[in-house]
Write a protein that binds this ligand. Structure first.
Ligand code: ZN
Length: 239
């Protein structure tokens, strides 16, 4: 092949674009994994605080309090009714019965009032805990959102960089010998980080590191044909 050395050197330079693009894409992938991690961390935090269970409990406590307050109200009404009856009653037995009913209702009222008080304290405490948790979560959420915003704009920057490199790559591609290019693309195996051409490092393959036969190195230096590493099958170049 005519000018094989020059062609291979061009290919070697061309490969640098692919490596840069690959590395930038990897960076973007890593970043998107980071975003997923952050989302998961937030969900986990959410579950750990048991906020939804607490809120449910809060609602239950409030409806229990309402029930007891309704009951208290009916007891108060009953006491008032009995007191009115007490004023007009003539019979001693009925008077006694009414008095004892009033006493019982008052006792029950006391119990209810104490229970309601306890419930109110519990509700206040729960409310404070829920608010603290909510604020904490909101803060974390905000922080994560900000981080994601930064990450997204960084990703955009990387994508723009890739676009620019791709443009340069297309220009460079026109200079590379087509036959060699198709070999190169086959070896790169669909754009993974596989390099297809390596510079011989001393007497070893720059890719897999195997010690190359002197005959093979001679062959490379003659630049009559493409020479591949015996071990990793990559194109070899001597600089
Ligand atoms: Zn090799």
């Amino acid at each position: 092949m005519k000018n094989l050395k020059q062609d291979l050197e061009l290919l070697y330079e061309f490969q640098k674009y692919d490596i840069r693009i690959y590395n930038l894409r990897e960076k973007i992938n890593k970043i998107s994994l980071e975003i997923e991690d952050k989302k998961r961390a937030l969900e986990l935090k959410n579950r750990r605080t048991g906020l939804s269970a607490r809120k449910e409990n809060f609602i239950n406590l409030n409806s229990l309090r309402n029930e007891k307050e309704t009951l208290l109200d009916s007891k108060e009404k009953k006491i008032n009714k009995c007191l009115k009856e007490l004023n007009i009653v003539k019979s001693n037995d009925i008077y006694k019965a009414l008095s004892s009913e009033i006493e019982k209702a008052k006792e029950y009222k006391n119990v209810l009032e104490n229970e309601i008080l306890e419930l109110m304290e519990k509700i206040d405490r729960e409310y404070a805990v829920i608010k603290t948790n909510e604020n904490e979560l909101k803060e974390i959420e905000q922080k994560i959102e900000n981080e994601m915003c930064e990450i997204k704009s960084f990703t955009k920057k990387l994508e723009k960089e890739i676009n620019e490199i791709e443009k340069e790559r297309e220009e460079q591609k026109l200079k590379v010998n087509k036959t060699i290019l198709s070999q190169y693309e086959r070896l790169r195996d669909g754009g993974r980080n596989e390099k297809a051409i390596y510079v011989i490092d001393g007497e070893s393959c720059g890719g897999c590191g195997i010690l190359l036969r002197p005959q093979l190195i001679n062959q490379v230096q003659k630049y009559h044909e493409l020479v591949f590493c015996d071990n990793c099958s990559r194109i070899l170049l001597k600089k």
